[in-house]
Design a protein around this ligand. Structure first.
Ligand code: ADP
Length: 591
Protein backbone atom coordinates (compact mmCIF):
# COMPACT_ATOMS: atom_id res chain seq x y z
CA UNK A 1 0.00 0.00 0.00
CA UNK A 2 1.53 3.29 -1.05
CA UNK A 3 -0.31 5.72 1.07
CA UNK A 4 -2.46 5.08 4.08
CA UNK A 5 -4.90 7.78 4.90
CA UNK A 6 -6.98 7.87 8.03
CA UNK A 7 -4.73 5.66 10.04
CA UNK A 8 -4.09 6.61 13.63
CA UNK A 9 -0.34 6.97 14.37
CA UNK A 10 1.45 4.94 16.99
CA UNK A 11 3.99 6.80 19.06
CA UNK A 12 7.27 5.10 19.87
CA UNK A 13 8.72 5.10 23.36
CA UNK A 14 6.00 3.73 25.62
CA UNK A 15 6.17 0.67 27.77
CA UNK A 16 5.11 -2.66 26.36
CA UNK A 17 1.58 -2.78 27.73
CA UNK A 18 0.69 0.63 26.45
CA UNK A 19 2.21 -0.19 23.10
CA UNK A 20 0.22 -3.39 22.99
CA UNK A 21 -3.00 -1.54 23.72
CA UNK A 22 -2.25 0.91 20.96
CA UNK A 23 -1.57 -1.90 18.54
CA UNK A 24 -4.84 -3.61 19.42
CA UNK A 25 -6.78 -0.39 19.00
CA UNK A 26 -5.09 0.26 15.69
CA UNK A 27 -5.93 -3.20 14.39
CA UNK A 28 -9.52 -2.90 15.53
CA UNK A 29 -10.08 0.34 13.69
CA UNK A 30 -7.95 -0.15 10.60
CA UNK A 31 -7.81 -3.81 9.61
CA UNK A 32 -10.23 -3.11 6.81
CA UNK A 33 -8.29 -0.30 5.22
CA UNK A 34 -4.63 -0.70 6.17
CA UNK A 35 -3.97 -4.36 5.58
CA UNK A 36 -0.17 -4.44 5.45
CA UNK A 37 0.28 -2.16 8.40
CA UNK A 38 -2.26 -4.11 10.46
CA UNK A 39 -0.39 -7.30 9.61
CA UNK A 40 3.04 -6.06 10.65
CA UNK A 41 1.74 -4.44 13.83
CA UNK A 42 -0.22 -7.56 14.78
CA UNK A 43 3.00 -9.57 14.36
CA UNK A 44 5.00 -7.30 16.62
CA UNK A 45 2.13 -7.19 19.13
CA UNK A 46 2.11 -10.98 19.26
CA UNK A 47 5.82 -10.93 20.11
CA UNK A 48 5.10 -8.65 23.07
CA UNK A 49 2.29 -10.99 24.19
CA UNK A 50 4.62 -13.95 24.06
CA UNK A 51 7.26 -12.10 26.06
CA UNK A 52 4.72 -11.16 28.74
CA UNK A 53 2.67 -14.40 28.38
CA UNK A 54 -0.58 -12.57 27.67
CA UNK A 55 -2.77 -15.15 25.96
CA UNK A 56 -6.08 -13.24 25.60
CA UNK A 57 -4.35 -10.32 23.87
CA UNK A 58 -2.42 -12.72 21.69
CA UNK A 59 -5.68 -14.29 20.48
CA UNK A 60 -7.03 -10.86 19.62
CA UNK A 61 -4.03 -10.07 17.45
CA UNK A 62 -4.04 -13.51 15.85
CA UNK A 63 -7.51 -12.69 14.55
CA UNK A 64 -6.04 -9.83 12.54
CA UNK A 65 -3.36 -12.13 11.14
CA UNK A 66 -6.17 -14.43 10.06
CA UNK A 67 -7.99 -11.52 8.48
CA UNK A 68 -4.89 -10.55 6.57
CA UNK A 69 -4.31 -14.10 5.34
CA UNK A 70 -7.92 -14.42 4.22
CA UNK A 71 -7.69 -11.11 2.45
CA UNK A 72 -4.57 -12.33 0.67
CA UNK A 73 -6.21 -15.44 -0.68
CA UNK A 74 -4.95 -17.87 1.90
CA UNK A 75 -8.24 -19.15 3.32
CA UNK A 76 -6.91 -22.41 4.75
CA UNK A 77 -4.20 -20.75 6.78
CA UNK A 78 -6.68 -18.16 7.94
CA UNK A 79 -9.18 -20.81 9.01
CA UNK A 80 -6.67 -22.85 10.95
CA UNK A 81 -5.88 -19.80 13.08
CA UNK A 82 -9.55 -19.00 13.58
CA UNK A 83 -10.41 -22.56 14.65
CA UNK A 84 -7.70 -22.54 17.25
CA UNK A 85 -8.74 -19.25 18.91
CA UNK A 86 -12.46 -18.86 18.36
CA UNK A 87 -13.65 -20.46 21.61
CA UNK A 88 -11.08 -18.59 23.65
CA UNK A 89 -12.16 -15.27 22.13
CA UNK A 90 -15.73 -16.05 23.11
CA UNK A 91 -14.76 -17.11 26.62
CA UNK A 92 -12.72 -13.91 27.08
CA UNK A 93 -15.67 -11.87 25.82
CA UNK A 94 -13.64 -10.43 22.95
CA UNK A 95 -16.74 -10.30 20.80
CA UNK A 96 -15.38 -8.09 18.04
CA UNK A 97 -12.64 -10.56 17.17
CA UNK A 98 -14.95 -13.52 17.75
CA UNK A 99 -17.38 -12.12 15.18
CA UNK A 100 -14.58 -11.43 12.71
CA UNK A 101 -13.56 -15.07 12.92
CA UNK A 102 -17.17 -16.12 12.33
CA UNK A 103 -17.52 -13.76 9.39
CA UNK A 104 -14.31 -14.90 7.72
CA UNK A 105 -15.37 -18.53 8.17
CA UNK A 106 -18.79 -17.89 6.68
CA UNK A 107 -17.41 -15.83 3.80
CA UNK A 108 -15.07 -18.67 2.92
CA UNK A 109 -18.00 -21.09 2.99
CA UNK A 110 -20.01 -18.65 0.86
CA UNK A 111 -17.24 -18.41 -1.70
CA UNK A 112 -17.27 -22.20 -2.00
CA UNK A 113 -21.02 -22.12 -2.65
CA UNK A 114 -21.78 -23.63 0.76
CA UNK A 115 -24.66 -21.26 1.26
CA UNK A 116 -26.43 -23.16 4.00
CA UNK A 117 -23.25 -23.66 5.98
CA UNK A 118 -22.45 -19.97 5.70
CA UNK A 119 -25.85 -19.02 7.10
CA UNK A 120 -25.62 -21.60 9.85
CA UNK A 121 -22.25 -20.31 10.91
CA UNK A 122 -23.64 -16.83 11.38
CA UNK A 123 -26.82 -18.01 13.06
CA UNK A 124 -24.90 -20.16 15.48
CA UNK A 125 -22.82 -17.15 16.44
CA UNK A 126 -26.01 -15.21 17.16
CA UNK A 127 -27.05 -18.07 19.46
CA UNK A 128 -23.74 -17.97 21.29
CA UNK A 129 -23.97 -14.23 21.82
CA UNK A 130 -27.52 -14.40 23.09
CA UNK A 131 -27.90 -13.20 26.69
CA UNK A 132 -24.36 -11.79 26.76
CA UNK A 133 -23.59 -8.16 27.36
CA UNK A 134 -21.65 -5.74 25.16
CA UNK A 135 -22.11 -7.76 22.03
CA UNK A 136 -23.09 -4.85 19.79
CA UNK A 137 -19.73 -4.80 17.98
CA UNK A 138 -20.40 -8.37 16.92
CA UNK A 139 -24.10 -7.96 16.17
CA UNK A 140 -23.35 -5.04 13.85
CA UNK A 141 -20.91 -7.08 11.80
CA UNK A 142 -22.91 -10.30 11.75
CA UNK A 143 -26.01 -8.49 10.51
CA UNK A 144 -23.96 -6.70 7.90
CA UNK A 145 -22.71 -10.05 6.62
CA UNK A 146 -26.26 -11.40 6.42
CA UNK A 147 -27.18 -8.25 4.48
CA UNK A 148 -24.45 -9.08 1.98
CA UNK A 149 -25.51 -12.72 1.71
CA UNK A 150 -29.16 -11.92 1.12
CA UNK A 151 -28.25 -9.27 -1.41
CA UNK A 152 -26.21 -11.83 -3.31
CA UNK A 153 -29.23 -14.11 -3.34
CA UNK A 154 -31.44 -11.32 -4.62
CA UNK A 155 -33.50 -11.45 -1.43
CA UNK A 156 -33.63 -7.69 -1.28
CA UNK A 157 -36.08 -7.18 1.56
CA UNK A 158 -34.16 -9.53 3.85
CA UNK A 159 -30.96 -7.80 2.88
CA UNK A 160 -32.45 -4.42 3.71
CA UNK A 161 -33.68 -5.70 7.06
CA UNK A 162 -30.26 -6.91 8.12
CA UNK A 163 -28.43 -3.81 6.97
CA UNK A 164 -30.91 -1.76 8.93
CA UNK A 165 -30.49 -3.92 12.02
CA UNK A 166 -26.79 -3.42 11.65
CA UNK A 167 -27.11 0.33 11.27
CA UNK A 168 -29.41 0.60 14.27
CA UNK A 169 -26.68 -0.73 16.57
CA UNK A 170 -23.96 1.61 15.37
CA UNK A 171 -23.86 4.13 18.23
CA UNK A 172 -20.27 3.87 19.53
CA UNK A 173 -18.63 2.29 16.52
CA UNK A 174 -15.06 3.52 16.02
CA UNK A 175 -14.23 1.55 12.89
CA UNK A 176 -15.32 4.11 10.31
CA UNK A 177 -15.02 1.69 7.42
CA UNK A 178 -17.63 -0.56 8.99
CA UNK A 179 -20.05 2.36 9.28
CA UNK A 180 -19.37 3.24 5.66
CA UNK A 181 -19.81 -0.31 4.37
CA UNK A 182 -23.13 -0.71 6.13
CA UNK A 183 -24.36 2.46 4.47
CA UNK A 184 -23.03 1.29 1.12
CA UNK A 185 -25.00 -1.91 1.61
CA UNK A 186 -28.16 0.06 2.31
CA UNK A 187 -27.66 2.43 -0.61
CA UNK A 188 -27.04 -0.51 -2.94
CA UNK A 189 -30.29 -2.07 -1.77
CA UNK A 190 -32.13 1.17 -2.55
CA UNK A 191 -30.57 1.18 -5.99
CA UNK A 192 -31.69 -2.38 -6.58
CA UNK A 193 -35.20 -1.45 -5.49
CA UNK A 194 -35.03 1.42 -7.98
CA UNK A 195 -35.44 3.95 -5.19
CA UNK A 196 -32.83 5.98 -6.98
CA UNK A 197 -33.23 9.29 -5.20
CA UNK A 198 -32.85 7.62 -1.85
CA UNK A 199 -29.79 5.76 -3.12
CA UNK A 200 -28.23 8.92 -4.48
CA UNK A 201 -28.77 10.83 -1.27
CA UNK A 202 -27.19 8.10 0.80
CA UNK A 203 -24.20 7.69 -1.55
CA UNK A 204 -23.64 11.43 -1.31
CA UNK A 205 -23.65 11.18 2.46
CA UNK A 206 -21.25 8.26 2.32
CA UNK A 207 -18.97 10.26 0.04
CA UNK A 208 -18.76 13.11 2.54
CA UNK A 209 -18.31 10.67 5.41
CA UNK A 210 -15.48 8.87 3.61
CA UNK A 211 -13.75 12.16 2.81
CA UNK A 212 -14.04 13.37 6.39
CA UNK A 213 -12.62 10.14 7.72
CA UNK A 214 -10.13 9.52 4.92
CA UNK A 215 -11.41 6.16 3.76
CA UNK A 216 -10.23 6.25 0.17
CA UNK A 217 -11.77 2.90 -0.85
CA UNK A 218 -15.20 4.08 0.16
CA UNK A 219 -14.63 7.47 -1.40
CA UNK A 220 -13.77 5.89 -4.74
CA UNK A 221 -16.72 3.52 -4.50
CA UNK A 222 -19.09 6.40 -3.75
CA UNK A 223 -17.90 8.36 -6.78
CA UNK A 224 -18.34 5.29 -8.91
CA UNK A 225 -21.85 4.56 -7.65
CA UNK A 226 -22.90 8.18 -8.10
CA UNK A 227 -21.49 8.00 -11.63
CA UNK A 228 -23.67 4.97 -12.37
CA UNK A 229 -26.75 6.79 -11.12
CA UNK A 230 -25.95 9.73 -13.43
CA UNK A 231 -25.40 7.29 -16.28
CA UNK A 232 -28.89 5.90 -15.67
CA UNK A 233 -30.23 9.42 -15.95
CA UNK A 234 -28.25 9.77 -19.19
CA UNK A 235 -26.17 12.62 -17.76
CA UNK A 236 -23.13 11.19 -19.51
CA UNK A 237 -20.68 14.05 -18.95
CA UNK A 238 -21.40 14.17 -15.26
CA UNK A 239 -21.17 10.38 -15.06
CA UNK A 240 -17.79 10.43 -16.81
CA UNK A 241 -16.40 13.01 -14.38
CA UNK A 242 -17.52 10.93 -11.41
CA UNK A 243 -16.03 7.73 -12.88
CA UNK A 244 -12.70 9.43 -13.49
CA UNK A 245 -12.63 10.70 -9.91
CA UNK A 246 -13.07 7.16 -8.67
CA UNK A 247 -10.37 6.02 -11.10
CA UNK A 248 -7.88 8.62 -9.89
CA UNK A 249 -8.32 7.64 -6.26
CA UNK A 250 -7.90 3.97 -7.10
CA UNK A 251 -4.85 4.67 -9.21
CA UNK A 252 -3.27 6.74 -6.43
CA UNK A 253 -3.70 3.79 -4.08
CA UNK A 254 -2.72 1.18 -6.64
CA UNK A 255 -6.03 -0.62 -6.20
CA UNK A 256 -5.70 -2.43 -9.49
CA UNK A 257 -8.80 -4.66 -9.62
CA UNK A 258 -10.98 -1.70 -8.66
CA UNK A 259 -9.31 0.36 -11.40
CA UNK A 260 -10.71 -2.13 -13.92
CA UNK A 261 -14.24 -1.30 -12.80
CA UNK A 262 -13.64 2.42 -13.22
CA UNK A 263 -12.00 1.97 -16.63
CA UNK A 264 -14.87 -0.14 -17.96
CA UNK A 265 -17.42 2.46 -16.85
CA UNK A 266 -15.45 5.30 -18.42
CA UNK A 267 -15.08 3.34 -21.66
CA UNK A 268 -18.83 2.78 -21.73
CA UNK A 269 -19.38 6.52 -21.78
CA UNK A 270 -16.77 6.89 -24.54
CA UNK A 271 -18.70 4.30 -26.55
CA UNK A 272 -22.00 6.15 -26.03
CA UNK A 273 -20.25 9.27 -27.33
CA UNK A 274 -18.76 7.28 -30.21
CA UNK A 275 -15.17 7.96 -29.07
CA UNK A 276 -14.17 4.42 -29.97
CA UNK A 277 -10.42 4.87 -29.91
CA UNK A 278 -10.55 6.44 -26.42
CA UNK A 279 -12.71 3.57 -25.26
CA UNK A 280 -10.28 1.05 -26.74
CA UNK A 281 -7.32 2.51 -24.86
CA UNK A 282 -9.16 2.22 -21.54
CA UNK A 283 -10.42 -1.27 -22.25
CA UNK A 284 -6.98 -2.52 -23.23
CA UNK A 285 -5.53 -1.12 -20.04
CA UNK A 286 -8.32 -2.81 -18.08
CA UNK A 287 -7.69 -6.06 -19.94
CA UNK A 288 -4.06 -6.02 -18.96
CA UNK A 289 -4.90 -5.69 -15.26
CA UNK A 290 -7.65 -8.31 -15.46
CA UNK A 291 -5.29 -10.84 -16.99
CA UNK A 292 -2.59 -10.02 -14.48
CA UNK A 293 -5.02 -10.51 -11.55
CA UNK A 294 -6.83 -13.43 -13.17
CA UNK A 295 -10.20 -11.69 -13.04
CA UNK A 296 -12.05 -13.95 -15.45
CA UNK A 297 -15.56 -12.46 -15.47
CA UNK A 298 -14.08 -9.00 -16.02
CA UNK A 299 -11.81 -10.32 -18.79
CA UNK A 300 -14.80 -11.86 -20.51
CA UNK A 301 -16.79 -8.61 -20.44
CA UNK A 302 -13.77 -6.75 -21.74
CA UNK A 303 -13.37 -9.14 -24.66
CA UNK A 304 -17.00 -8.59 -25.63
CA UNK A 305 -16.68 -4.83 -25.43
CA UNK A 306 -13.46 -4.82 -27.43
CA UNK A 307 -15.16 -6.96 -30.05
CA UNK A 308 -17.94 -4.36 -30.29
CA UNK A 309 -15.45 -1.56 -30.75
CA UNK A 310 -13.57 -3.42 -33.48
CA UNK A 311 -16.88 -4.03 -35.23
CA UNK A 312 -17.64 -0.31 -35.13
CA UNK A 313 -14.21 0.32 -36.63
CA UNK A 314 -14.95 -2.19 -39.41
CA UNK A 315 -12.11 -4.41 -38.20
CA UNK A 316 -14.15 -7.60 -38.47
CA UNK A 317 -11.33 -10.09 -38.12
CA UNK A 318 -10.17 -8.57 -34.84
CA UNK A 319 -13.76 -8.29 -33.69
CA UNK A 320 -14.23 -12.01 -34.30
CA UNK A 321 -11.06 -12.83 -32.37
CA UNK A 322 -12.31 -11.01 -29.24
CA UNK A 323 -15.76 -12.51 -29.58
CA UNK A 324 -14.30 -16.02 -29.70
CA UNK A 325 -12.24 -15.35 -26.60
CA UNK A 326 -15.34 -14.00 -24.87
CA UNK A 327 -17.34 -17.16 -25.63
CA UNK A 328 -14.54 -19.43 -24.48
CA UNK A 329 -14.41 -17.63 -21.17
CA UNK A 330 -18.18 -17.63 -20.77
CA UNK A 331 -18.24 -21.37 -21.26
CA UNK A 332 -15.71 -21.77 -18.51
CA UNK A 333 -17.60 -19.36 -16.26
CA UNK A 334 -21.01 -20.92 -16.87
CA UNK A 335 -19.93 -24.00 -14.92
CA UNK A 336 -19.00 -21.88 -11.97
CA UNK A 337 -22.29 -20.01 -12.14
CA UNK A 338 -24.23 -23.27 -12.37
CA UNK A 339 -22.55 -24.54 -9.23
CA UNK A 340 -23.52 -21.38 -7.41
CA UNK A 341 -27.06 -21.75 -8.61
CA UNK A 342 -27.31 -25.22 -7.10
CA UNK A 343 -26.19 -23.83 -3.82
CA UNK A 344 -28.78 -21.13 -4.11
CA UNK A 345 -31.55 -23.63 -4.72
CA UNK A 346 -30.37 -25.59 -1.77
CA UNK A 347 -30.79 -22.54 0.36
CA UNK A 348 -34.24 -21.87 -0.95
CA UNK A 349 -35.34 -25.26 0.19
CA UNK A 350 -33.52 -25.62 3.42
CA UNK A 351 -32.61 -22.35 5.04
CA UNK A 352 -35.25 -19.89 4.03
CA UNK A 353 -38.10 -22.34 4.17
CA UNK A 354 -38.48 -22.74 7.89
CA UNK A 355 -38.63 -19.12 8.95
CA UNK A 356 -40.57 -17.93 5.94
CA UNK A 357 -43.11 -20.70 6.05
CA UNK A 358 -43.90 -20.00 9.64
CA UNK A 359 -44.37 -16.36 8.84
CA UNK A 360 -46.56 -17.23 5.88
CA UNK A 361 -48.65 -19.66 7.85
CA UNK A 362 -49.32 -16.94 10.37
CA UNK A 363 -50.29 -14.53 7.64
CA UNK A 364 -52.57 -17.09 6.03
CA UNK A 365 -54.36 -17.87 9.23
CA UNK A 366 -54.89 -14.17 9.91
CA UNK A 367 -56.20 -13.83 6.41
CA UNK A 368 -58.50 -16.76 6.99
CA UNK A 369 -59.93 -15.32 10.20
CA UNK A 370 -60.48 -11.95 8.69
CA UNK A 371 -62.01 -13.54 5.59
CA UNK A 372 -64.35 -15.72 7.61
CA UNK A 373 -65.41 -12.89 9.86
CA UNK A 374 -65.94 -10.44 7.00
CA UNK A 375 -67.85 -13.05 5.04
CA UNK A 376 -70.05 -13.83 8.02
CA UNK A 377 -70.81 -10.18 8.62
CA UNK A 378 -71.48 -9.70 4.95
CA UNK A 379 -74.02 -12.53 5.06
CA UNK A 380 -75.68 -11.22 8.16
CA UNK A 381 -76.73 -7.92 6.62
CA UNK A 382 -78.77 -9.33 3.71
CA UNK A 383 -80.27 -11.89 6.08
CA UNK A 384 -81.47 -9.12 8.36
CA UNK A 385 -82.93 -7.30 5.38
CA UNK A 386 -84.78 -10.42 4.22
CA UNK A 387 -86.07 -10.96 7.75
CA UNK A 388 -87.45 -7.43 8.15
CA UNK A 389 -89.04 -7.55 4.72
CA UNK A 390 -90.75 -10.81 5.54
CA UNK A 391 -92.26 -9.14 8.59
CA UNK A 392 -93.32 -6.19 6.46
CA UNK A 393 -94.93 -8.52 3.97
CA UNK A 394 -96.94 -10.13 6.74
CA UNK A 395 -98.17 -6.73 7.92
CA UNK A 396 -99.21 -5.73 4.39
CA UNK A 397 -100.98 -9.02 3.83
CA UNK A 398 -102.95 -8.88 7.06
CA UNK A 399 -105.78 -7.25 5.10
CA UNK A 400 -106.39 -10.18 2.75
CA UNK A 401 -108.77 -13.05 3.55
CA UNK A 402 -107.90 -15.64 6.18
CA UNK A 403 -107.37 -18.58 3.88
CA UNK A 404 -104.82 -16.78 1.77
CA UNK A 405 -103.17 -15.37 4.89
CA UNK A 406 -102.51 -18.86 6.26
CA UNK A 407 -100.73 -19.84 3.04
CA UNK A 408 -98.68 -16.67 3.05
CA UNK A 409 -97.76 -17.26 6.69
CA UNK A 410 -96.55 -20.74 5.80
CA UNK A 411 -94.26 -19.27 3.13
CA UNK A 412 -92.88 -16.49 5.32
CA UNK A 413 -92.50 -19.02 8.13
CA UNK A 414 -90.22 -21.07 5.90
CA UNK A 415 -88.23 -17.96 4.98
CA UNK A 416 -87.83 -16.97 8.63
CA UNK A 417 -86.84 -20.51 9.57
CA UNK A 418 -84.15 -20.63 6.95
CA UNK A 419 -82.86 -17.21 7.97
CA UNK A 420 -82.51 -18.39 11.56
CA UNK A 421 -80.67 -21.47 10.36
CA UNK A 422 -78.31 -19.44 8.23
CA UNK A 423 -77.64 -16.98 11.05
CA UNK A 424 -76.71 -19.86 13.39
CA UNK A 425 -74.50 -21.31 10.72
CA UNK A 426 -72.69 -18.03 10.25
CA UNK A 427 -72.20 -17.66 13.97
CA UNK A 428 -70.60 -21.07 14.18
CA UNK A 429 -68.48 -20.69 11.08
CA UNK A 430 -67.15 -17.54 12.65
CA UNK A 431 -66.22 -19.34 15.86
CA UNK A 432 -64.65 -22.22 13.98
CA UNK A 433 -62.68 -19.84 11.78
CA UNK A 434 -61.22 -18.23 14.87
CA UNK A 435 -60.46 -21.63 16.30
CA UNK A 436 -58.60 -23.09 13.36
CA UNK A 437 -56.49 -19.99 12.99
CA UNK A 438 -55.45 -20.21 16.63
CA UNK A 439 -56.89 -16.87 17.63
CA UNK A 440 -58.85 -17.97 20.67
CA UNK A 441 -58.42 -16.30 24.01
CA UNK A 442 -57.51 -18.81 26.71
CA UNK A 443 -57.24 -18.03 30.39
CA UNK A 444 -57.31 -20.86 32.92
CA UNK A 445 -58.38 -20.21 36.52
CA UNK A 446 -59.28 -22.37 39.54
CA UNK A 447 -62.89 -23.34 38.98
CA UNK A 448 -65.52 -24.78 41.33
CA UNK A 449 -67.24 -27.15 38.92
CA UNK A 450 -70.22 -27.72 41.18
CA UNK A 451 -71.18 -24.06 41.35
CA UNK A 452 -70.41 -23.57 37.72
CA UNK A 453 -72.62 -26.44 36.55
CA UNK A 454 -75.47 -25.49 38.87
CA UNK A 455 -75.77 -22.08 37.19
CA UNK A 456 -75.69 -23.70 33.77
CA UNK A 457 -78.33 -26.27 34.69
CA UNK A 458 -80.71 -23.62 35.98
CA UNK A 459 -80.43 -21.76 32.70
CA UNK A 460 -81.26 -24.91 30.75
CA UNK A 461 -84.12 -26.00 32.95
CA UNK A 462 -85.74 -22.57 32.61
CA UNK A 463 -86.04 -22.78 28.83
CA UNK A 464 -87.26 -26.35 28.27
CA UNK A 465 -90.72 -26.19 26.71
CA UNK A 466 -91.61 -29.86 27.31
CA UNK A 467 -91.12 -29.63 31.09
CA UNK A 468 -88.05 -31.87 31.13
CA UNK A 469 -85.03 -31.00 33.28
CA UNK A 470 -81.36 -31.90 33.38
CA UNK A 471 -80.57 -34.36 36.14
CA UNK A 472 -77.36 -33.62 38.03
CA UNK A 473 -75.14 -36.24 39.71
CA UNK A 474 -71.84 -35.87 41.53
CA UNK A 475 -69.54 -38.78 42.25
CA UNK A 476 -66.44 -38.54 44.48
CA UNK A 477 -64.90 -35.81 46.63
CA UNK A 478 -65.15 -32.47 44.89
CA UNK A 479 -62.07 -30.38 44.16
CA UNK A 480 -61.30 -27.32 42.09
CA UNK A 481 -59.90 -27.63 38.58
CA UNK A 482 -57.87 -25.12 36.56
CA UNK A 483 -59.87 -24.36 33.43
CA UNK A 484 -61.01 -21.59 31.15
CA UNK A 485 -64.63 -21.28 32.26
CA UNK A 486 -65.83 -19.58 29.10
CA UNK A 487 -64.59 -22.36 26.85
CA UNK A 488 -65.96 -25.01 29.21
CA UNK A 489 -69.33 -23.19 29.32
CA UNK A 490 -69.59 -23.22 25.52
CA UNK A 491 -68.66 -26.88 25.38
CA UNK A 492 -71.19 -28.02 27.97
CA UNK A 493 -73.92 -25.81 26.51
CA UNK A 494 -73.50 -27.52 23.18
CA UNK A 495 -73.53 -31.03 24.63
CA UNK A 496 -76.53 -30.35 26.87
CA UNK A 497 -78.62 -28.74 24.16
CA UNK A 498 -77.82 -31.68 21.87
CA UNK A 499 -78.87 -34.08 24.62
CA UNK A 500 -82.27 -32.35 24.90
CA UNK A 501 -82.59 -31.88 21.14
CA UNK A 502 -81.88 -35.50 20.17
CA UNK A 503 -84.06 -37.07 22.88
CA UNK A 504 -87.38 -35.29 22.57
CA UNK A 505 -90.18 -37.30 24.19
CA UNK A 506 -87.76 -39.45 26.20
CA UNK A 507 -86.44 -39.37 29.79
CA UNK A 508 -84.51 -36.46 31.29
CA UNK A 509 -80.90 -36.12 30.18
CA UNK A 510 -78.21 -36.29 32.87
CA UNK A 511 -75.08 -34.36 33.70
CA UNK A 512 -72.59 -36.21 35.90
CA UNK A 513 -69.35 -34.96 37.37
CA UNK A 514 -67.06 -37.75 38.47
CA UNK A 515 -64.18 -36.49 40.60
CA UNK A 516 -61.53 -39.20 40.27
CA UNK A 517 -58.09 -39.23 41.90
CA UNK A 518 -56.20 -38.09 38.82
CA UNK A 519 -58.88 -36.70 36.55
CA UNK A 520 -62.35 -35.29 36.47
CA UNK A 521 -64.94 -36.61 34.00
CA UNK A 522 -67.99 -34.59 32.99
CA UNK A 523 -70.55 -36.65 31.14
CA UNK A 524 -73.75 -35.61 29.38
CA UNK A 525 -76.05 -38.55 28.86
CA UNK A 526 -79.39 -38.83 27.08
CA UNK A 527 -81.84 -41.62 26.20
CA UNK A 528 -82.56 -40.39 22.68
CA UNK A 529 -81.99 -41.42 19.09
CA UNK A 530 -78.35 -42.45 19.55
CA UNK A 531 -75.63 -42.59 16.90
CA UNK A 532 -74.48 -45.60 14.87
CA UNK A 533 -70.92 -46.89 15.39
CA UNK A 534 -69.78 -45.81 11.91
CA UNK A 535 -71.13 -42.32 12.26
CA UNK A 536 -69.55 -41.84 15.68
CA UNK A 537 -66.18 -41.71 13.90
CA UNK A 538 -67.16 -38.55 12.03
CA UNK A 539 -69.16 -36.63 14.63
CA UNK A 540 -66.41 -34.16 15.41
CA UNK A 541 -65.83 -33.20 11.78
CA UNK A 542 -67.22 -29.80 10.73
CA UNK A 543 -70.66 -30.01 9.05
CA UNK A 544 -71.06 -33.73 9.73
CA UNK A 545 -74.60 -34.76 10.67
CA UNK A 546 -75.79 -38.33 11.23
CA UNK A 547 -78.49 -39.83 9.01
CA UNK A 548 -81.08 -39.93 11.80
CA UNK A 549 -80.61 -36.21 12.52
CA UNK A 550 -81.70 -34.75 9.20
CA UNK A 551 -85.17 -33.83 10.45
CA UNK A 552 -83.76 -32.15 13.54
CA UNK A 553 -82.49 -28.56 13.30
CA UNK A 554 -78.69 -28.21 13.33
CA UNK A 555 -75.54 -27.14 11.50
CA UNK A 556 -73.14 -29.98 12.22
CA UNK A 557 -70.59 -27.53 13.66
CA UNK A 558 -71.33 -27.59 17.39
CA UNK A 559 -69.33 -30.71 18.19
CA UNK A 560 -66.27 -29.66 16.17
CA UNK A 561 -66.21 -26.42 18.13
CA UNK A 562 -66.76 -28.30 21.38
CA UNK A 563 -63.84 -30.61 20.63
CA UNK A 564 -61.52 -27.70 19.80
CA UNK A 565 -62.53 -25.90 23.00
CA UNK A 566 -61.95 -29.00 25.11
CA UNK A 567 -58.51 -29.42 23.59
CA UNK A 568 -57.57 -25.81 24.22
CA UNK A 569 -58.60 -26.52 27.83
CA UNK A 570 -56.11 -29.42 27.69
CA UNK A 571 -58.82 -32.07 27.91
CA UNK A 572 -60.26 -34.91 25.83
CA UNK A 573 -63.73 -35.55 24.54
CA UNK A 574 -65.26 -38.87 23.56
CA UNK A 575 -68.63 -40.35 22.72
CA UNK A 576 -70.35 -43.58 23.72
CA UNK A 577 -73.63 -44.30 22.02
CA UNK A 578 -76.03 -47.03 20.94
CA UNK A 579 -78.33 -46.32 18.02
CA UNK A 580 -81.92 -45.93 19.22
CA UNK A 581 -80.96 -46.12 22.91
CA UNK A 582 -79.08 -42.94 23.68
CA UNK A 583 -75.71 -41.20 23.78
CA UNK A 584 -73.18 -40.18 26.36
CA UNK A 585 -70.52 -37.53 25.70
CA UNK A 586 -67.60 -37.45 28.14
CA UNK A 587 -65.10 -34.66 28.72
CA UNK A 588 -62.01 -35.56 30.70
CA UNK A 589 -59.58 -33.11 32.31
CA UNK A 590 -56.43 -34.15 34.14
CA UNK A 591 -56.36 -32.96 37.73
P1 ADP B 1 -75.81 -30.17 15.11
O1 ADP B 1 -76.44 -30.70 16.31
O2 ADP B 1 -75.96 -28.72 14.93
O3 ADP B 1 -76.18 -30.96 13.87
P2 ADP B 1 -73.30 -31.02 16.28
O4 ADP B 1 -71.92 -30.78 15.76
O5 ADP B 1 -73.61 -30.55 17.63
O6 ADP B 1 -74.24 -30.38 15.20
O7 ADP B 1 -73.53 -32.55 16.15
C1 ADP B 1 -73.17 -33.25 15.00
C2 ADP B 1 -74.06 -34.44 14.77
O8 ADP B 1 -73.85 -35.40 15.82
C3 ADP B 1 -75.51 -34.15 14.85
O9 ADP B 1 -76.01 -33.69 13.62
C4 ADP B 1 -76.09 -35.50 15.21
O10 ADP B 1 -76.19 -36.31 14.07
C5 ADP B 1 -75.04 -36.06 16.10
N1 ADP B 1 -75.31 -35.84 17.54
C6 ADP B 1 -74.78 -34.93 18.34
N2 ADP B 1 -75.22 -35.05 19.60
C7 ADP B 1 -76.10 -36.06 19.58
C8 ADP B 1 -76.90 -36.70 20.59
N3 ADP B 1 -76.91 -36.29 21.86
N4 ADP B 1 -77.68 -37.74 20.20
C9 ADP B 1 -77.69 -38.17 18.92
N5 ADP B 1 -76.95 -37.61 17.93
C10 ADP B 1 -76.15 -36.59 18.27
Amino acid sequence: MNKIKGVKKISGEKDDIEKLNQIINFCRDNYNIAHDKTYSLAKSGIEICEKLTLSAEKNILETYLAFFLWHNNEPQKSLSIIYSISEKLLANKNYLEFSLGVIITSLIEWAKGEVELAFNTINQAFEELKNQENTKVAIIRLNWTLGVFYFDLDEIEDSLRHYQLSKNSLDHETDFSVVAYINIGLATVYKKKLELEKAEKLFEEILVYSQTNNIWMVEARSYHELGMLEQLKENFDKAYRLFSKSYEIRLANNARPAMVTSLISMAQIDIVKKNFSNAEIKLLQALEISKEKNLKPKTSILMLQLSGIKEEQFKHKESLYYLKKHYELEKELKNVIKNNKNAYLQLNYKVQKTAKELEREKELSLLKTSFVSTASHQFRTPLAVIQSNTELLLMLLSKIDNNELERVKKVTGRITGQIAKMTDLMEEVLVLGKLTSGNVHYEAKELNLLEFCNVLIQQFNAIQEDGRILEFKIIGETYNVKLDSKLLGHTLTNLISNAFKYSVGKENPELTIHFKAKEVVLSVKDYGIGISKNEQLHLFEPFYRADNATDIKGTGLGLSIAKEYVEINKGNILVKSILGEGSCFEIIFKR
